[in-house]
Design a protein around this ligand. Sequence first.
Ligand SMILES: [Fe+2]
Length: 391
Amino acid sequence: MKSKILSIIFCLSTSFPTLYAQGKPFAIEHGPYLQGLTENGVTIVWTTNRKAISWIELAPDDSTHFYLTERPRTYAESFGFKMVDSLHMVTLKGLKQNTTYRYRIYSQEVLSHVGTKVTYGEVAASNVYRSRPLKFTTANPGKKEMNFLVLNDIHGNNELMETLLKGTDWKKTDLVFFNGDMTNDIRSEEQLFGDFLDKAVELFARETPMYYARGNHETRGNFATTFPKYFPAPGGQLYYLFRQGPVCFLVLDCGEDKPDSDLEYSGIVAFDRYRDQQAEWLKNAVKQKEFLDAPYRVVIIHMTPFGGWHGEQEIEQKFIPLLNSADIDVMLCGHLHRYIHRKAGNGINFPVIANANRAVIKAAANQQQLVIEVVDAEGKTLDTLKISPEK
Ligand SMILES: [Fe+2]
């Protein structure tokens, strides 16, 4: 489904016939959606139907009209160039924490680049005239309360995602995790957006940040290697740590479930070495101040550290010993398509929740407790877990 963002097309220097010379008018196709939001930055991602340079205009969240004045621009840039692509990501840095900003996305088509001459085409932008400008709020480690949701194993079922998120109060929801297997595999950009991302944009992702923990199905398909380009996390890896309010989240990238040599992977994966690399990162991550200072420490990872398959065993052997000595409060997983709540024990020092594929985790943290509620597609609460903060 195409983005419902209305695109405004400005004919800058060309006439009407040129506008249609390449078929459809130049337009924003998918997005925008927020990625890697932290205390002082965020990356905003969208696509256009043809290659372009892109930028964001940013305005404070005051009562002024967006058109009051020229708003400062930040371009999508790399190695000193404005990026020319159909996938656009603008990283805003140096923002104030706990601050709401209004934003507008722009792309200008690049018709040709011959020698030193670049020819530009039309500009497409999100609407700030008939619609209110889009907004985001930077993270705030001092925030007393925060709320988050976790979805997993949707496997391309947009209707199910919509059902699970129905009734969500987005004003009170700080962030959403996609905890893996949102699709069966990744074969093209169109499929990626069609399977779940357009629906996420429609429901929340333009203004509420979504953080991804890759599942073992996002590693499959010929387009899977491009996954990191669409989901730029804090730190530039698919495993990362960030803080919002009283919670520090450790997001881990589980890899595949079978041995790397399995027939199904055609010799193209190296997840054992990748999990070694993550374990090295994890050793230092759990020593960081933002992690140590957090009243709650929550691990997000798609596969469970139990189940008997190779990937699960790797998680148990490579990650659990490090997490066991890091005062983790809870680990949130998916993958098994049924609900499991394992209390601390059997070599794991914290509870592990495996959320079902037809349920959503709704969590609320304040100074007194972290409450994790698991709610199924019929709205029935399957389980509630209450955790006290670190002393
Ligand atoms: Fe899975």
